[in-house]
Design a protein around this ligand. Structure first.
Ligand code: ADP
Ligand code: MG
Length: 713
């Protein structure tokens, strides 16, 4: 029987021999496998060549090896005092014996009764001439085999082992027999792909190693192609369904703006401004992501885009995720546009200053009414505020362009709400900025329905920030034992300022981590006594926060003890030391953002101290990467390596769309190729009417909302 993947998505696993209701439930519980499609796309984690496996005799100490053995005796040790409970088994093959020990896993006794045959993977140790291992992985054998064996992720809890998965998948593949190949033949030819039947068989039950490589290549491409097709369809559908504004570019105002900057634009800024202006000039609404590292100069690019709208007599809006940031943007934008004028609406011969308004939750009611009126009259040229701007009943006279700062805090619904703010039925152009760069091919996937511009150049003349990892013992930090405070005092004595960042606001029973409140109190009377300290965290009212920030900006506070509320955007050039306590607890992007708060003043040397043990998961890698490089893109790559793609895909692609085999790192080149092919197919055939099999398949992999949007809208 020839089948399509969407057909397999309709077959419950109970259709297979040996899978009754109970096992079916176990498959759901363990792996969320419900259908035959889920099962055949449950890929082995690795393949093991049984012919090259080590015999127990040949396994050398410190080797990481698979050995095959039969359990000859077992022993359960109960824990007491410092002795951990454990299960021990002696295994044997034809060459010798070895002890395997599972700490804290006495339940394994049930799994390995005498006579069980299994594969054990781990590091070999020797003690007084006998070999032993604490296996990291085990794989139960059904029957003795030769050749290449796929190793699946198993579930001890649901008692589903590799051997079961192998049997069920084989039965599914036998039933499916032949897969209908929906990918056009010329694409298959171009990349010299094996057909789909060969791909599934070659990955789940290969005879040779090259077969696995070829199978993987094809399966990876198919996954990425499905994902890119959905994204590109989405992008093109958006473009088709909405009419945008064809802004006039190349005007005098923008030219003057660039001309009066105290520096010249970097090549990257020029390139990106060009990309944005092409979008602004086109009748399709812009949906572009601007990614650029901290300090790469995104603000000028944003203002430049807004001015294009203003020059054409329309309005621009700039939205930030927090009030502190909105206020800060207002300061910098007003400074950049100081002295700029435009022709007055009611009198072509008179000029009036550009009007930049700031609207946040703490704008007094009377001022808010004045701003409302100006907005509706078209007297406000640029409105700056928080994301709340678009949710409330704010009416613009004619909104032409919007810049949204910090994509990761800005949802899809909010983007949709924006479309209703445009002039008449026209959708304003949208530029989304993020200072959390992710690798290019990852961006193509995570933000696949946006175009992406990248500022990959830092303006010249920046002093590098010296990053020091102050390594401490795991456990609670003792402030008095840290060496960093002397340096903080020195910098303050030289007229500079410092940040101390903690993971928590207040002390917690559960977490062994520093709180801002306790740190502030201890430092005030202890290590930093005599300096002017202040406390900043998210539970202060916005008026209190604003007061602290204003004082810090004015230099009336020496050391700001804070939580990550200062993570993005806060710009105080006189601050030269950043101390991050319990640095282990922060993600890479956060650490990078925090470090970006210093090193902002021309000619001032800055330091970033990361205080932590590096004992948390990935902590060591994260902290050493921070010390090694200041390049946000490089850090993003490392982060992707540590955490895997699941995390960056986050909320955006749940469920079926998840990549099972493809890796955004390892398969980078295929991400780009799949995206190219997706554009090729969709642009030649916008509804994929000529590729019904492909279309059905994509539908089967989409979630309901996405399907609704693409196919029913
Ligand atoms: P980002 O928002 O990308 O972190 P900003 O826009 O805040 O960066 O710019 C950081 C600093 O760099 C600002 O002080 C800005 O004036 C300065 N800057 C921007 N572009 C350039 C340039 N081409 N040459 C020199 N300095 C620049
Ligand atoms: Mg910025």
């Amino acid at each position: 029987m020839a089948v399509t993947l969407d057909r397999l998505a309709e077959l419950p696993v109970t259709e297979l021999k040996g899978v009754g209701p109970e096992r079916a439930q176990a498959l759901v519980d363990a792996f969320e496998i419900k259908t035959v499609l889920d099962l055949v796309t449950y890929y082995p984690r690795r393949h093991l060549d049984l012919s090259t496996m080590k015999t127990i005799r040949d396994a050398r100490p410190d080797d990481q090896v698979w050995v095959f053995g039969r359990v000859v005796s077992t022993n359960v040790v109960r824990g007491y005092g410092k002795v951990k409970p454990r299960f021990e088994a002696t295994i044997a093959d034809d060459s010798g014996q070895m002890k395997v020990t599972f700490f804290n896993q006495t339940w394994r006794a049930k799994q390995f009764p005498q006579g069980t045959e299994a594969l054990f993977f781990g590091k070999v140790k020797t003690f007084r001439g006998s070999k032993s291992m604490s296996p990291q992985e085990v794989d139960l054998l059904g029957e003795p085999e030769v050749g290449i064996r796929p190793i699946y992720r198993q579930s001890d809890k649901s008692r589903i082992y590799s051997k079961d998965l192998r049997a069920w998948i084989a039965s599914a593949l036998n039933r499916a027999d032949e897969f209908i190949d929906p990918v056009p033949a010329d694409v298959l030819d171009r990349f010299d792909f094996v057909d789909r039947t060969a791909a599934f068989n070659g990955y789940h039950r290969p005879q040779t190693w090259p077969e696995i490589t070829e199978a993987r290549r094809r399966l990876v491409f198919d996954e990425l192609l499905r994902l890119q097709l959905a994204l590109v369809l989405r992008k093109r559908t958006l473009e088709r369904r909405s009419a945008g504004i064809a802004h006039q570019i190349g005007g005098e105002l923008v030219r003057r703006f660039h001309g009066q900057l105290p520096y010249s634009l970097t090549n990257a800024q020029n390139r990106v401004i060009g990309e944005i202006e092409r979008d602004l000039a086109s009748v399709h609404p812009m949906h572009r992501l601007l990614q650029g590292d901290v300090g790469s100069g995104k603000t000028v690019v944003a203002v430049s885009a807004l001015l294009v709208a203003v020059e054409g007599g329309m309005q621009g809006a700039l939205m930030a995720p927090t009030e502190v940031l909105a206020e800060q943007h207002a300061l910098s934008v007003r400074a950049l546009l100081e002295g700029f004028t435009r022709s007055a609406e009611n009198n072509l011969f008179s000029e009036r200053p550009l009007q930049v308004d700031l609207l946040t939750g703490r704008t007094p009611a009377a001022e808010r009414r004045r701003i409302d009126a100006r907005l509706q009259q078209g007297e406000t040229d640029i409105l700056i505020g928080t994301h709340a701007l678009i949710e409330e009943g704010i009416a613009f006279k004619s909104l032409g362009a919007v810049v949204v700062d910090e994509q990761h805090k800005f949802g899809v619904e909010q983007r949709a709400a924006l479309r209703e703010k445009g002039a008449g039925d026209l959708v304003p152009d949208v530029l989304v900025m993020t200072a959390t760069p992710i690798p290019r091919t990852a961006a193509m996937t995570v933000y696949g329905d946006l175009d992406v511009s990248t500022l990959d150049e830092i303006p010249p003349g920046r002093e590098p920030i010296t990053t020091i990892w102050e390594k401490v013992e795991p456990g609670e930090l003792t402030l008095g034992e840290l060496t960093v405070w002397a340096h903080v005092r020195e910098e303050v004595a030289a007229g500079r300022q410092a940040y101390v960042v903690c993971p928590l606001i207040e002390e917690s029973e559960k977490l062994d981590a520093r709180s801002a409140e306790a740190t502030y109190e201890e430092l005030s009377v202890g290590e930093l006594a005599g300096l002017r300290l202040a406390l900043l965290h998210g539970r202060l009212t916005s008026a209190e926060k604003e007061k602290v920030m204003t004082q810090f900006r004015a230099g009336a506070i020496d050391v700001l003890v804070s939580t990550t509320v200062i993570e993005v955007g806060v710009d105080v050039p006189n601050a030269t030391v950043m101390v991050v306590l319990d640095a282990d607890r922060f993600g890479m992007a956060q650490l990078h953002q925090l470090r970006g708060r210093v090193g902002r003043g021309a000619g001032l040397k800055s330091w970033c101290y990361l205080v932590g043990a590096g004992a948390s998961e990935g902590g060591e890698e994260r902290l050493s990467a921070m010390v090694r490089t200041q390049d946000g893109f490089e850090l993003a790559e490392v982060d992707l390596d540590i955490r895997g793609e699941g995390t960056i895909m986050g909320e955006r692609q749940k469920g079926r769309n998840d990549l099972k085999l493809a890796s955004l790192r390892r398969d980078r080149e295929w991400v780009s190729k799949a995206r190219e092919v997706a554009f090729e197919l969709v642009d030649a055939d916008p509804t994929l009417a000529d590729h019904p099999d492909l279309l059905n398949e994509i539908e089967a992999f989409l979630d309901d909302d996405e399907r609704e949007f693409l196919f029913k809208g």
